[in-house]
Design a protein around this ligand. Structure first.
Ligand SMILES: O=C(O)CCC(=O)C(=O)O
Ligand SMILES: [Fe+2]
Length: 761
């Protein structure tokens, strides 16, 4: 039986537009730019870190805050440029992307477009003409290949402060393509000054004028951002990318994490306060035992909770008035590549706020939170190595003020890195807050794991790679395109924590016909296993008897796999592998180079999934941001340490609202390798942003969430306990090496697949 070399994922339908490459071929640099005299001046300034404005040629070089070159009217033929932009916008899908760092629409890498299309012609223009110009000005010899994408920033889109240092990028460029862009539309390219490796303030804002080009040297000072787009009238369009050095050694991307001390200083609770303060401030119902039990139950289930009217109205009002008073001194907190919001100087706070803060950091509040969460929040004697020590949880807090344009980037370092944390916050001055007002607090999972598990992994025969959803959704699906239609006689499926897997089939020749079920939804994990996270990597093999007749007797070239996990919301699930077998002979040549374009389902699912609150192996990350025009909003935040693991939540007795926002991934750089989808631009522009699980900014609502999970340590020799594996396709010595390692990790090895085997490697 031949193994069908799985798949390419459905390709975008051919557009009716004929290659408009002729337009692009006729794009020429405006001749004043490349005159010998201009280039000489620019080169000299660039090399000496000096600024020069060759105004006659419309070109400027900046020596600080880092080396930047700004070219106005890059190409001479504006009509041609309009044609090109028109074709590109129609041809290039630009799905929306959002992380804590950015929100915009972006195409996949333009270089992946087929030959003889307007896109490939544009890439050639970038690689030849633009690279030539950049090389002349900078004196660098650059790699022939450019990494480029098309980006579209709609209303309220932005890209926060970053330095572009990734993947050996040497020169970044942006070519702006929207006609008549005006100052009041926002979307400026802001350049930051820096000090000691940290961005400090914006020293230059560049208007993204049509047909202007900016390029700059990517270095540890190249901090820049795209300010929020403030117009609904048109999107900010650009082609942007990076040139690399030809033989730059591959080195890991700098983390850009620039470790910054946590915003909070941790303190032990105060014991001075009398308990009556608690009854004075906190609404009675939250002090009642049965309410606390109910709250605890909900926290156990969801790991977060929002308690409306946590404080008695009278006190909440007093606090609000004091916080809004002009007596309070607010300081902006940075650095801009990490956060931007204001923090109150404690000494300037009014008496009620101070009293309230004392309550929040008192042992009584710790005890109340302990009752609600069942986390260990009060001092405990701990026996360790025959000795007893008193462990006292600590808290850190801030009184923050948020307004339009403020943000924090997700970072575990905002919390203690090694200690689990309970995040607690209370909002003031946001009565009648609407969704339009923005300012949500969102909890997001690590996106970087998800980036490692794209659907492409299902076609790269690497057993270590899997396809996983990036955060929980009841079901996710992927469509695989085979090289030809065949009868599928049997299927092997390696599970990755899905409870059920269903396989459907279709034909590319009849795209409108619904998929037909080939393998009915089959159980891979019991509800108990799913909840406990055990036995999530079973392999099951389905013979033709287990596949549905008459479907199994017919030829199909599309395979849709639907995975679902209704029992455990906190697991990234998907497929480890799927192998389809056919008795028909498959022509090797056709199947060896599967082309993979993730289908819309995946891209959409990914977008949808990424925004959900999820719990993955690592700590959850937090994001706070305010992007629309709200009245000034105030938040106060208290973080308390915690110990146990728990999950997401909903409100106790009163309602808490979770409101849709947008998708977040926690990658720290704009996506340069996006999936392409079949969604035309016109559709995407009207795409509503996928829902996210966000904490609504409710007036006087109290929110709590455990944001870190302590990984359970396991002995190395037990890491693969319970795994019984067989190996296929590995040659010695690699084979022996893997086998030995797996055995050392507690797995059992079998030479052939048999009952009891759990993994096929
Ligand atoms: O569009 C711009 O002005 C800058 C884009 C950018 O910085 C990026 O994509 O990394
Ligand atoms: Fe950038």
């Amino acid at each position: 039986m031949n193994k069908i070399q799985k798949v390419k994922i459905i390709k975008k339908p051919r557009t009716s537009i004929n290659p408009a490459s002729s337009h692009i071929k006729s794009l020429r640099l405006r001749k004043e730019i490349s005159s010998g005299e201009t280039i000489f001046k620019l080169k000299k300034a660039w090399n000496n870190n000096k600024s020069i404005n060759v105004s006659g040629a419309g070109v400027e070089v900046l020596g600080s805050p880092f080396k930047v070159c700004i070219v106005k009217h890059l190409v001479s033929e504006l009509e041609h440029l309009h044609d090109v932009v028109g074709s590109l916008v129609e041809m290039v899908p630009m799905p929306p992307h959002e992380t804590d760092l950015f929100k915009f629409c972006q195409s996949s890498a333009l270089a992946s477009a087929g030959k003889d299309t307007p896109v490939s012609a544009l890439v050639q223009f970038l690689e030849r003409v633009l690279r030539g110009l950049v090389e002349e000005v900078t004196g660098l010899t650059l790699d022939g290949a450019v990494t480029s994408t098309m980006s579209l920033y709609g209303y309220t889109d932005y890209l926060l402060c970053h330095d572009d240092r990734q993947n050996n990028r040497k020169i970044a460029f942006i070519w702006y393509l929207t006609e008549n862009w005006r100052e009041e539309y926002g979307g400026h390219l802001d350049l930051f000054d820096s000090k000691g490796g940290y961005p400090t303030e914006i020293v230059r804002s560049i208007l993204p004028e049509e047909n202007s080009l900016v390029f700059f040297e990517v270095c540890d000072r190249s901090f820049h951002q795209v300010s929020e787009v403030l117009t609904r009238s048109k999107p900010r369009l650009s082609v942007n990318g990076w040139f690399h050095l030809p033989t730059a050694p591959a080195r890991p991307s700098p983390t850009n994490g620039l470790r910054h001390s946590t915003a909070l200083t941790l303190k032990t609770p105060s014991y001075a306060l009398v308990e009556s303060e608690m009854c004075l401030f906190v609404s009675n119902e939250y002090l009642q035992h049965d309410q606390q039990i109910q709250i605890n139950r909900l926290i156990e289930e969801n790991s977060e909770i929002s308690l409306d009217n946590f404080l008695k109205a009278k006190w909440a009002d007093k606090i609000t008035t004091e916080l809004c008073s002009s007596n309070v001194t607010w300081h902006l907190r940075g650095p801009p590549n990490r956060r931007k919001y204001e923090v109150a100087d404690e000494r300037s706070l009014g008496p009620t706020v101070t009293r309230f803060l004392n309550l929040m950091k008192s042992q009584h509040m710790f005890a109340l939170l302990e009752k609600m969460t069942q986390l260990e929040l009060t001092s405990k004697w701990v026996h360790k190595n025959g000795e007893q020590s008193l462990v006292t949880p600590k808290c850190g807090y801030q009184v923050q003020r948020w307004r339009r344009g403020f943000y924090t980037l997700a970072s575990d370092e905002d919390f203690c890195e090694t200690v689990p944390v309970l995040d607690v916050f209370i909002n003031f001055n946001c009565a009648e807050w609407t969704q339009e007002s923005g300012g949500f607090m969102s909890y997001i999972g690590r996106g970087d794991e998800d980036e490692n598990h794209p659907a492409e992994n299902l076609v790269n025969n690497d057993p270590a790679k899997k396809w996983k959803c990036s955060s929980w959704e009841k079901s996710v699906s992927v469509v695989l395109q085979l090289d030809r239609a065949v009868v599928i006689n049997s299927i092997d499926i390696g599970n990755q924590h899905s409870a059920f897997i269903e396989v459907l089939v279709g034909r590319s020749s009849s795209p409108d016909e619904p998929f037909q079920v080939l393998l009915v939804a089959s159980s891979f994990m019991s509800p108990m296993e799913a909840r406990n996270g055990t036995m999530g990597t079973r392999v099951r093999m389905f013979s033709s008897e287990q596949l549905r007749k008459p479907v199994v007797e017919q030829r199909w070239d599309r395979v849709k796999v639907i995975c679902s996990q209704p029992f455990n919301k906190h697991v990234q699930y998907g497929l480890a592998f799927i192998a389809l077998h056919s008795a028909e002979k498959i022509v090797d040549d056709l199947v060896k180079k599967p082309e993979l374009v993730p289908c819309k389902d995946v891209a959409m699912a990914k977008n949808n999934l990424d925004v959900k609150v999820k719990r993955v192996e690592g700590p959850l990350r937090a994001k706070q941001q305010s992007t629309t025009t709200p009245p000034a909003k105030q938040q106060s935040t208290t973080t308390l340490p915690a110990k146990q693991q728990s999950t997401t939540t909903l409100p106790a007795k009163q309602q808490s609202t979770t409101t849709p926002l947008a998708k977040q991934q926690s990658t720290t750089t704009p996506l340069s390798k996006q999936q392409s989808t079949t969604t035309p631009l016109s559709k995407q522009q009207s795409t509503t942003i996928p829902p996210a699980k966000c904490q609504r900014t409710n007036e006087n609502s109290f929110g709590a969430k455990q944001v870190m999970k302590r990984p359970q340590r396991k002995l190395f020799s037990k890491l693969l306990e319970g795994v019984v594996f067989v190996m296929s396709g590995y040659q010695n010595p690699h084979r022996a090496h893997i086998r030995t390692k797996a055995l050392e990790m507690g797995a059992k090895y079998k030479t052939d697949w048999s009952v009891g085997c759990t993994h096929l490697m």
